[in-house]
Design a protein around this ligand. Sequence first.
Ligand SMILES: [Zn+2]
Length: 123
Amino acid sequence: MCAEELRQHSINPATLPSAPSAEPTRHEFRTRMNTLPLAPCAACGKPGITTKVIDAGDGPHWLDLCWPHAGETSPPHPHGPTTVEEILDLLREVAKEVAAEMGLSVPLHIWTDQEGWHDEYFG
Ligand SMILES: [Zn+2]
């Protein structure tokens, strides 16, 4: 997100909290996302449920956004999933990673037109 995009959403980069680096680790991202209360959306002040790091010219800063503002400010990923099966495959991959990293069993409760509701467990 460039300085102009920040201005379009009334985000003052000087008010954004400093990030530990330009490329935080997954653990640093998860810690930021899972710490309550959630950091406020930089655009509207509602609970921010997404975060990323930007550098508006004075070092890395967290940019916490609510879902609506995250959707408005994020272009679709050029290699992101585009079909339901691709999205489910990505979800399964993330569940496997979380299960392995946290040492937990991660249940997924999935509904599809073909199978209806079914459960899958990872870990
Ligand atoms: Zn917002």
